[in-house]
Design a binder for this molecule. Structure first.
Ligand code: CAA
Length: 272
Protein backbone atom coordinates (compact mmCIF):
# COMPACT_ATOMS: atom_id res chain seq x y z
CA UNK A 1 0.00 0.00 0.00
CA UNK A 2 2.94 2.30 0.60
CA UNK A 3 3.63 2.65 -3.11
CA UNK A 4 -0.06 3.43 -3.75
CA UNK A 5 0.01 6.16 -1.08
CA UNK A 6 3.24 7.58 -2.51
CA UNK A 7 1.76 7.59 -6.01
CA UNK A 8 -1.40 9.42 -4.91
CA UNK A 9 0.68 12.03 -3.02
CA UNK A 10 3.04 12.59 -5.98
CA UNK A 11 0.11 12.84 -8.42
CA UNK A 12 -1.35 15.57 -6.21
CA UNK A 13 1.88 17.59 -6.48
CA UNK A 14 3.72 16.55 -3.29
CA UNK A 15 7.43 15.66 -3.31
CA UNK A 16 7.73 12.21 -1.71
CA UNK A 17 10.61 10.18 -0.31
CA UNK A 18 9.52 6.53 -0.35
CA UNK A 19 11.59 4.51 2.12
CA UNK A 20 11.58 0.73 1.60
CA UNK A 21 13.20 -1.94 3.78
CA UNK A 22 15.90 -2.86 1.26
CA UNK A 23 17.14 -2.13 -2.27
CA UNK A 24 15.14 -4.97 -3.84
CA UNK A 25 11.89 -3.70 -2.34
CA UNK A 26 12.75 -0.16 -3.38
CA UNK A 27 13.11 -1.38 -6.96
CA UNK A 28 9.79 -3.28 -6.75
CA UNK A 29 8.06 -0.24 -5.31
CA UNK A 30 9.26 2.03 -8.12
CA UNK A 31 8.22 -0.56 -10.72
CA UNK A 32 4.76 -0.85 -9.13
CA UNK A 33 4.31 2.92 -9.23
CA UNK A 34 5.43 3.04 -12.87
CA UNK A 35 2.96 0.27 -13.80
CA UNK A 36 0.15 2.04 -12.00
CA UNK A 37 0.95 5.33 -13.74
CA UNK A 38 0.94 3.50 -17.10
CA UNK A 39 -2.50 2.14 -16.25
CA UNK A 40 -3.71 5.65 -15.33
CA UNK A 41 -2.38 7.03 -18.66
CA UNK A 42 -4.06 4.17 -20.59
CA UNK A 43 -7.40 4.82 -18.92
CA UNK A 44 -7.15 8.58 -19.54
CA UNK A 45 -6.84 9.49 -15.83
CA UNK A 46 -3.35 10.94 -16.26
CA UNK A 47 -1.87 12.92 -19.16
CA UNK A 48 1.09 11.13 -20.73
CA UNK A 49 3.10 14.38 -20.27
CA UNK A 50 2.38 14.29 -16.53
CA UNK A 51 3.88 10.81 -16.03
CA UNK A 52 7.57 11.92 -15.99
CA UNK A 53 6.65 14.94 -13.84
CA UNK A 54 5.05 12.64 -11.24
CA UNK A 55 8.05 10.30 -11.30
CA UNK A 56 10.36 13.27 -10.81
CA UNK A 57 8.58 14.03 -7.52
CA UNK A 58 9.35 10.55 -6.16
CA UNK A 59 12.62 9.53 -4.57
CA UNK A 60 12.61 5.80 -3.78
CA UNK A 61 15.30 4.72 -1.33
CA UNK A 62 16.13 2.07 1.29
CA UNK A 63 17.55 4.58 3.78
CA UNK A 64 15.27 6.24 6.32
CA UNK A 65 17.79 9.08 6.78
CA UNK A 66 16.97 10.24 3.23
CA UNK A 67 13.61 11.44 4.60
CA UNK A 68 15.32 13.88 6.99
CA UNK A 69 13.72 17.32 6.80
CA UNK A 70 10.34 16.09 5.49
CA UNK A 71 7.30 18.19 6.46
CA UNK A 72 5.28 15.10 7.46
CA UNK A 73 5.57 11.31 7.54
CA UNK A 74 3.21 8.42 6.69
CA UNK A 75 4.22 4.98 7.95
CA UNK A 76 2.88 1.99 5.98
CA UNK A 77 5.04 -0.99 7.01
CA UNK A 78 3.88 -4.50 7.98
CA UNK A 79 1.12 -4.86 10.59
CA UNK A 80 3.57 -5.52 13.41
CA UNK A 81 3.12 -3.33 16.47
CA UNK A 82 6.73 -3.53 17.66
CA UNK A 83 8.14 -2.79 14.19
CA UNK A 84 5.79 0.18 13.87
CA UNK A 85 6.76 1.52 17.30
CA UNK A 86 10.42 1.37 16.28
CA UNK A 87 9.71 3.32 13.07
CA UNK A 88 7.80 5.97 15.04
CA UNK A 89 10.72 6.31 17.45
CA UNK A 90 13.10 6.80 14.53
CA UNK A 91 10.76 9.25 12.75
CA UNK A 92 10.42 11.22 15.97
CA UNK A 93 14.23 11.69 16.05
CA UNK A 94 14.61 12.22 12.32
CA UNK A 95 11.73 14.66 11.80
CA UNK A 96 11.62 16.88 14.91
CA UNK A 97 9.95 19.69 12.95
CA UNK A 98 7.46 17.62 10.95
CA UNK A 99 3.90 18.88 11.36
CA UNK A 100 2.44 15.40 11.75
CA UNK A 101 3.31 11.71 11.73
CA UNK A 102 0.62 9.32 10.51
CA UNK A 103 0.26 5.57 10.43
CA UNK A 104 -1.58 3.69 7.72
CA UNK A 105 -2.10 0.87 10.19
CA UNK A 106 -5.22 -1.23 9.65
CA UNK A 107 -5.68 -2.01 13.30
CA UNK A 108 -2.86 -1.15 15.73
CA UNK A 109 -4.14 1.41 18.27
CA UNK A 110 -2.68 4.82 17.40
CA UNK A 111 -1.97 5.58 21.06
CA UNK A 112 0.56 2.71 21.16
CA UNK A 113 2.48 4.32 18.28
CA UNK A 114 2.10 7.88 19.59
CA UNK A 115 3.50 6.73 22.95
CA UNK A 116 6.75 5.78 21.20
CA UNK A 117 7.32 9.45 20.30
CA UNK A 118 8.13 12.61 22.24
CA UNK A 119 5.19 14.54 20.72
CA UNK A 120 2.12 12.29 20.78
CA UNK A 121 -0.12 15.24 19.92
CA UNK A 122 1.17 15.23 16.32
CA UNK A 123 0.52 11.49 15.76
CA UNK A 124 -2.66 10.08 14.19
CA UNK A 125 -3.98 7.33 11.94
CA UNK A 126 -4.47 8.02 8.23
CA UNK A 127 -5.85 4.79 6.86
CA UNK A 128 -6.05 4.30 3.09
CA UNK A 129 -7.80 1.54 1.13
CA UNK A 130 -6.42 -0.76 -1.52
CA UNK A 131 -6.00 0.06 -4.42
CA UNK A 132 -5.15 3.51 -3.06
CA UNK A 133 -5.35 5.35 -6.42
CA UNK A 134 -8.88 3.99 -6.94
CA UNK A 135 -10.66 4.01 -3.57
CA UNK A 136 -11.70 7.48 -2.38
CA UNK A 137 -11.83 6.85 1.38
CA UNK A 138 -9.38 7.55 4.18
CA UNK A 139 -10.09 7.01 7.85
CA UNK A 140 -8.79 9.69 10.22
CA UNK A 141 -8.07 8.11 13.58
CA UNK A 142 -7.29 10.28 16.56
CA UNK A 143 -5.79 8.97 19.76
CA UNK A 144 -6.66 10.54 23.11
CA UNK A 145 -3.48 12.66 22.70
CA UNK A 146 -3.91 13.81 19.05
CA UNK A 147 -4.32 17.60 18.94
CA UNK A 148 -7.15 19.35 17.11
CA UNK A 149 -4.50 21.21 15.13
CA UNK A 150 -3.01 17.92 13.87
CA UNK A 151 -6.45 16.59 12.94
CA UNK A 152 -7.28 19.81 11.12
CA UNK A 153 -4.02 19.81 9.12
CA UNK A 154 -4.26 16.15 8.13
CA UNK A 155 -7.92 16.45 7.16
CA UNK A 156 -7.01 19.37 4.91
CA UNK A 157 -4.12 17.37 3.42
CA UNK A 158 -6.31 14.31 2.72
CA UNK A 159 -9.29 16.23 1.36
CA UNK A 160 -7.86 19.31 -0.33
CA UNK A 161 -4.44 18.02 -1.43
CA UNK A 162 -5.20 14.33 -2.16
CA UNK A 163 -8.89 14.69 -3.02
CA UNK A 164 -9.94 11.88 -0.68
CA UNK A 165 -13.07 11.68 1.49
CA UNK A 166 -12.44 11.37 5.24
CA UNK A 167 -14.41 9.57 7.89
CA UNK A 168 -13.48 9.94 11.55
CA UNK A 169 -12.92 7.06 13.91
CA UNK A 170 -12.13 6.66 17.56
CA UNK A 171 -8.88 4.83 18.33
CA UNK A 172 -10.36 1.33 18.55
CA UNK A 173 -8.89 -1.75 16.88
CA UNK A 174 -10.02 -2.01 13.25
CA UNK A 175 -11.40 1.54 13.25
CA UNK A 176 -14.71 1.77 11.36
CA UNK A 177 -14.14 -0.18 8.15
CA UNK A 178 -12.03 -3.12 9.29
CA UNK A 179 -14.14 -3.62 12.43
CA UNK A 180 -17.00 -4.35 10.01
CA UNK A 181 -15.11 -5.88 7.07
CA UNK A 182 -12.71 -8.32 8.74
CA UNK A 183 -15.31 -10.46 10.62
CA UNK A 184 -17.18 -10.76 7.29
CA UNK A 185 -14.03 -11.95 5.47
CA UNK A 186 -13.23 -14.39 8.29
CA UNK A 187 -16.78 -15.79 8.07
CA UNK A 188 -16.31 -16.38 4.35
CA UNK A 189 -13.02 -18.20 5.04
CA UNK A 190 -14.74 -20.35 7.69
CA UNK A 191 -17.49 -21.12 5.17
CA UNK A 192 -14.87 -22.21 2.63
CA UNK A 193 -12.90 -24.15 5.27
CA UNK A 194 -15.96 -26.14 6.34
CA UNK A 195 -16.83 -27.14 2.77
CA UNK A 196 -20.12 -25.26 2.95
CA UNK A 197 -19.57 -23.87 -0.57
CA UNK A 198 -16.76 -23.58 -3.11
CA UNK A 199 -14.51 -20.50 -3.10
CA UNK A 200 -15.85 -19.51 -6.53
CA UNK A 201 -19.46 -19.77 -5.37
CA UNK A 202 -18.81 -17.84 -2.16
CA UNK A 203 -17.24 -15.03 -4.20
CA UNK A 204 -19.83 -15.16 -6.96
CA UNK A 205 -22.58 -15.05 -4.34
CA UNK A 206 -21.41 -11.72 -2.94
CA UNK A 207 -20.55 -10.20 -6.35
CA UNK A 208 -23.79 -11.13 -8.09
CA UNK A 209 -26.08 -11.27 -5.08
CA UNK A 210 -24.94 -8.15 -3.24
CA UNK A 211 -23.19 -6.14 -6.00
CA UNK A 212 -19.85 -6.15 -4.19
CA UNK A 213 -17.01 -5.35 -6.62
CA UNK A 214 -15.25 -8.56 -5.59
CA UNK A 215 -16.00 -11.58 -3.44
CA UNK A 216 -14.58 -12.00 0.09
CA UNK A 217 -11.93 -14.60 -0.79
CA UNK A 218 -10.64 -12.57 -3.75
CA UNK A 219 -10.68 -9.48 -1.52
CA UNK A 220 -8.72 -11.34 1.19
CA UNK A 221 -6.09 -12.15 -1.44
CA UNK A 222 -5.98 -8.47 -2.46
CA UNK A 223 -5.55 -7.27 1.14
CA UNK A 224 -2.89 -9.92 1.86
CA UNK A 225 -3.56 -12.90 4.11
CA UNK A 226 -0.82 -11.90 6.56
CA UNK A 227 -2.39 -8.45 6.93
CA UNK A 228 -5.83 -9.99 7.34
CA UNK A 229 -4.51 -12.34 10.04
CA UNK A 230 -2.77 -9.47 11.85
CA UNK A 231 -5.94 -7.35 11.84
CA UNK A 232 -7.93 -10.34 13.14
CA UNK A 233 -5.48 -10.72 16.04
CA UNK A 234 -5.77 -7.00 16.90
CA UNK A 235 -9.56 -7.13 16.77
CA UNK A 236 -9.69 -10.21 18.96
CA UNK A 237 -7.23 -8.68 21.46
CA UNK A 238 -9.42 -5.62 21.78
CA UNK A 239 -12.97 -7.01 21.69
CA UNK A 240 -12.64 -10.75 22.51
CA UNK A 241 -15.31 -11.39 19.90
CA UNK A 242 -15.14 -14.98 18.51
CA UNK A 243 -16.08 -13.55 15.08
CA UNK A 244 -12.58 -12.07 14.96
CA UNK A 245 -10.70 -15.34 15.53
CA UNK A 246 -8.52 -16.24 12.53
CA UNK A 247 -9.63 -19.60 11.08
CA UNK A 248 -7.01 -22.39 11.12
CA UNK A 249 -6.81 -22.49 7.33
CA UNK A 250 -5.86 -18.81 7.26
CA UNK A 251 -3.10 -19.40 9.82
CA UNK A 252 -1.77 -22.39 7.83
CA UNK A 253 -1.77 -20.40 4.57
CA UNK A 254 0.19 -17.55 6.17
CA UNK A 255 2.70 -20.05 7.61
CA UNK A 256 3.05 -21.56 4.12
CA UNK A 257 3.76 -18.14 2.60
CA UNK A 258 0.50 -18.20 0.61
CA UNK A 259 -0.25 -14.53 1.19
CA UNK A 260 -2.53 -13.74 -1.73
CA UNK A 261 -1.75 -11.59 -4.74
CA UNK A 262 1.54 -10.27 -3.42
CA UNK A 263 3.05 -13.79 -3.14
CA UNK A 264 1.38 -15.15 -6.29
CA UNK A 265 -0.96 -17.53 -4.46
CA UNK A 266 -3.64 -17.33 -1.81
CA UNK A 267 -7.21 -18.59 -2.20
CA UNK A 268 -6.55 -18.19 -5.94
CA UNK A 269 -3.44 -18.63 -8.10
CA UNK A 270 -2.05 -15.44 -9.69
CA UNK A 271 1.07 -16.91 -11.26
CA UNK A 272 -0.29 -17.53 -14.76
N1 CAA B 1 -3.90 0.52 -9.08
C1 CAA B 1 -4.43 1.56 -9.76
N2 CAA B 1 -5.61 1.48 -10.43
C2 CAA B 1 -6.25 0.31 -10.41
C3 CAA B 1 -5.76 -0.81 -9.73
C4 CAA B 1 -4.53 -0.67 -9.05
N3 CAA B 1 -3.97 -1.67 -8.36
N4 CAA B 1 -6.61 -1.83 -9.89
C5 CAA B 1 -7.62 -1.37 -10.66
N5 CAA B 1 -7.41 -0.08 -10.97
C6 CAA B 1 -8.29 0.79 -11.72
C7 CAA B 1 -8.32 0.43 -13.18
O1 CAA B 1 -7.37 1.16 -13.93
C8 CAA B 1 -9.73 0.81 -13.59
O2 CAA B 1 -9.76 2.18 -13.86
P1 CAA B 1 -10.71 2.72 -15.08
O3 CAA B 1 -12.12 2.40 -14.65
O4 CAA B 1 -10.43 4.19 -15.11
O5 CAA B 1 -10.27 1.98 -16.29
C9 CAA B 1 -10.56 0.59 -12.33
O6 CAA B 1 -9.63 0.59 -11.25
C10 CAA B 1 -11.30 -0.72 -12.37
O7 CAA B 1 -10.33 -1.73 -12.57
P2 CAA B 1 -10.54 -3.03 -13.48
O8 CAA B 1 -11.54 -2.73 -14.56
O9 CAA B 1 -9.20 -3.56 -13.85
O10 CAA B 1 -11.09 -4.11 -12.48
P3 CAA B 1 -12.37 -4.09 -11.60
O11 CAA B 1 -13.49 -3.30 -12.18
O12 CAA B 1 -12.56 -5.52 -11.31
O13 CAA B 1 -11.90 -3.32 -10.27
C11 CAA B 1 -10.96 -3.16 -8.13
C12 CAA B 1 -10.82 -3.76 -9.51
C13 CAA B 1 -10.76 -1.64 -8.22
C14 CAA B 1 -9.86 -3.78 -7.27
C15 CAA B 1 -12.40 -3.46 -7.59
O14 CAA B 1 -12.65 -4.83 -7.70
C16 CAA B 1 -12.59 -3.06 -6.16
O15 CAA B 1 -12.79 -1.89 -5.83
N6 CAA B 1 -12.57 -4.06 -5.26
C17 CAA B 1 -12.80 -3.86 -3.82
C18 CAA B 1 -11.52 -3.42 -3.19
C19 CAA B 1 -11.69 -3.20 -1.73
O16 CAA B 1 -12.69 -3.51 -1.09
N7 CAA B 1 -10.63 -2.63 -1.14
C20 CAA B 1 -10.58 -2.38 0.29
C21 CAA B 1 -9.78 -3.45 0.95
S1 CAA B 1 -9.63 -3.15 2.65
C22 CAA B 1 -8.25 -2.25 2.78
O17 CAA B 1 -7.54 -1.95 1.86
C23 CAA B 1 -7.90 -1.74 4.10
C24 CAA B 1 -7.28 -2.65 5.06
O18 CAA B 1 -6.80 -2.14 6.04
C25 CAA B 1 -7.28 -4.11 4.98
Amino acid sequence: MGSGIAEVCARSGVDVVVVEANAQRAERSRAAIERSLDRAVRSGKLDADERPVVLERLEVTDTLDDARGADAGIEAIVEDEQAKREIFQRLDDLLPDAEWLASNTSSVPIMKLAAATSKPDRVLGLHFFNPVPVLPLVELVHSIMTSQDTLHRVRAFAEEQLGKTCIDSQDRAGFVVNALLIPYLLSAIRMYESGFASREDIDRGMVLGCAHPMGPLALSDLIGLDTLQAVAVSLYDEFRDPAAVAPAVLNRMVEAGLLGRKSGRGFYDYTS
